[in-house]
Design a binder for this molecule. Structure first.
Ligand code: GAP
Length: 588
């Protein structure tokens, strides 16, 4: 954990130093939950988005039937009619439980606060003997009516006096994602340890579970995770995460609008527009990349939980019967996409949600997770959202969101000929109209949604790529180097060109080579400092290849090309360098 924390700190420092990520509006002290991507960061992000778009929209993969899937793109407005958010359920339910400290006024997400309690050996013994038998009565799991008179008397004595005199020595509240993280964060200082004496392993309770319990001697009131004040936390209340604004000059309730918290709803409300204008047949997908905004209570873990971020979302519409097959296919396809782009370690995981974790509208869901230095967290979710969203928009807008399966109807239409109705044309027409109005010909499609975050993907790629090893300096002495082993397709700069020294015509030749490279790929020219240092600067930026024009170039027209990962150097004819690089970068 400590190693991971250090590693994260070094990565954050590198990202700042090399121009990947800066705190937003830093000269004014920044703004919590907002980040700016610098010259290298913006290239990384664009490469991620481009790879996603190219792989899924421009050159979509083959589906389970071996044929390329049908996919189109969309770019919706960020601010939409507020009725969209009413229909989607975001106005009523897109909230987190928030608690506030009445003392320091800080806000916390109630579901991310953990209560960690330590007892001394003596208290623990006392607790086991005297208190533990009564806990079910205190928590309400057992009724006091079931107690014998002696038990009741003991219980009253205990509640009124005894254990209150021997309180838990240490209670800490920490913000964490899991019990393990809570335990790691709530360590006792050596002074506290000494004070506590021989302590038993602490108990860890999610704050929300703690809330159900009446404040009793062995459940003292939680303390504020920030200022440590006991009993100052409010009860949780729902805090809607949507950013509100006003459209137009009037600032009243009629002009209230929201910044979208997800790109998905823009796709759902345009389902019919896209279907009708593109004459698509099920199954097909609509893809969108764009900004989303969430007024997170505790933005945290660098860019992982931001208030402004980008999503890459697909809503894949299919027949309800085909949804389970498409769900499995998308789940695996999305996982493999991350593997193909460099998340090859066992830090990448695919986790199916348990039935009790599923949102009420979802038939299945899986998360592509990454073990970040701050813990395992979601990169992308893939869900079978059934027909929930289209149905909700149909109900709220009054617009038809059904799909008509023309092909199937053409196959079956013969059944509705007058001869099957004793020659009664009217009856046949009526039966056909009735049949066409519902399943299996007309229905609301099911939706499989792979929904990922660009910023989280960028962070995972950076975490996986970050490495420290050794490289020889100019004198051949091993020096520690920091290297970003980014996949070439994602690397912000593909090639850097250097003259070995600033004389003998080398800069001119290197510049010409740089210009040639730059026409085909992102390239960088550097003539400052020792060449070893220039290599290391590029290693830190994740540049896969460095090309050096040196003395031999003047003799035989070759240059050295150095590989970032192996640090091996080969000589390549100068005029063939661009083709050489293009081949190795695989069109990156
Ligand atoms: N349409 C479904 C949806 O929005 P989500 O799980 O809330 O689902 C999808 O978000 C993805 O968006 C997440 O997997 C994550 O990559 C990204 N994301 C969500 N909230 C984020 C935040 N506060 N900061 C950065 N990325 C976020």
């Amino acid at each position: 954990m400590a190693g991971d924390t250090d590693r994260m700190e070094r990565l954050v420092a590198l990202a700042k130093r090399r121009g990947f990520i800066f705190p937003s509006s830093e000269i004014y002290g920044g703004l919590n939950g907002f980040w700016d991507y610098g010259p290298l960061g913006v290239e990384l992000k664009r490469n991620i988005k481009q790879a996603w778009w190219d792989d899924l929209v421009r050159r979509p993969p083959e589906g389970p039937d071996g044929r390329p899937i049908e996919m189109v793109g969309l770019d919706c407005s960020i601010i939409m009619n507020p009725k969209v958010w009413e229909a989607s359920g975001h106005l009523a339910g897109f909230s987190d439980p928030m608690i506030t400290c009445k003392e320091c006024k800080k806000h916390f997400r109630a579901d991310q606060v953990y209560v960690v309690r330590w007892m001394s050996a003596e208290d623990y013994e006392h607790y086991q003997e005297r208190v533990a038998p009564y806990v079910p009565y205190i928590t309400g799991e057992a009724s006091v009516d079931e107690m014998s008179r002696e038990e009741l008397a003991e219980f009253r004595r205990l509640a009124e006096f005894d254990f209150a005199q021997r309180p838990t020595k240490y209670l800490k509240c920490v913000i964490a994602q899991s019990e393990e993280e809570a335990l790691a964060k709530a360590r006792l200082s050596s002074r506290e340890k000494k004070h506590l004496g021989k302590a038993f392993p602490p108990s860890i309770t999610p704050y929300v579970d703690y809330l159900d319990r009446p404040v009793a001697p062995e459940f003292p009131p939680p303390v504020c995770p920030h200022c440590g004040m006991a009993g100052a936390l409010t009860d949780p209340r729902h805090f809607n995460l949507m950013f509100k604004s006003h459209a137009g000059a009037m600032k009243d309730s009629a002009s209230e609008v929201y910044l979208r918290p997800e790109t998905a709803q823009g796709i759902f409300v345009n389902f019919k527009n896209v279907l009708d204008t593109q004459r698509l047949k099920l199954p097909f997908g609509i893809a969108q990349i764009g900004k989303a905004f969430r007024n997170e209570i505790n933005p945290r873990n660098y860019t992982f939980r931001s208030r402004e971020f980008e999503q890459m979302e697909i809503e894949f519409f299919c027949h309800p019967d085909a949804a389970p097959q498409w769900y499995s296919w998308w789940r695996d396809a999305r996982f493999q996409w991350y593997v193909r782009h460099g998340l090859t370690s066992d830090r990448l995981r695919l986790r199916d949600h348990e039935a009790d974790e599923l949102a009420h509208y979802a038939a299945a869901c899986a998360d592509v997770e990454y073990d970040f230095p701050f813990g395992v967290s979601e990169l992308e979710g893939v869900a079978n959202r059934t027909d929930f969203d289209l149905k909700a928009h149909q109900d709220h807008s009054g617009r038809d969101m059904t799909y008509f399966d023309e092909e199937r109807w053409q196959q079956d239409a013969g059944q509705y000929k007058p001869e099957h109705y004793g020659g009664d044309k009217k009856a046949a027409k009526a039966a056909a109209a009735e049949a066409k109005a519902g399943p299996p010909y007309r229905f609301i499609p099911y939706v499989i949604e792979p929904s990922g975050g660009v910023d989280r993907a960028a962070l995972a790629f950076l975490c996986e790529a970050y490495d420290e090893d050794e490289a020889p300096d100019e004198k051949g002495n091993p020096q520690q180097r920091t290297v970003l082993r980014l996949h070439p397709r994602l690397a912000p700069v593909k090639a850097a060109v250097f003259p070995l020294v600033k004389k003998d015509g080398m800069p001119e030749k290197a510049r010409a080579l740089y210009e040639a490279c730059r026409r085909e790929m992102t390239a960088f020219y550097d003539e400052k400092g020792a060449v070893g240092r220039r290599y290391r600067r590029q290693d830190e930026a994740g540049t896969p290849f460095c090309i050096t024009v040196d003395g031999q170039t003047n003799e035989d027209g070759t240059v050295t090309v150095r590989d970032r990962d192996s640090m091996r150097q080969v000589r390549v004819p100068s005029e063939g360098v661009v083709a050489w690089l293009t081949e190795r970068l695989g069109g990156a």
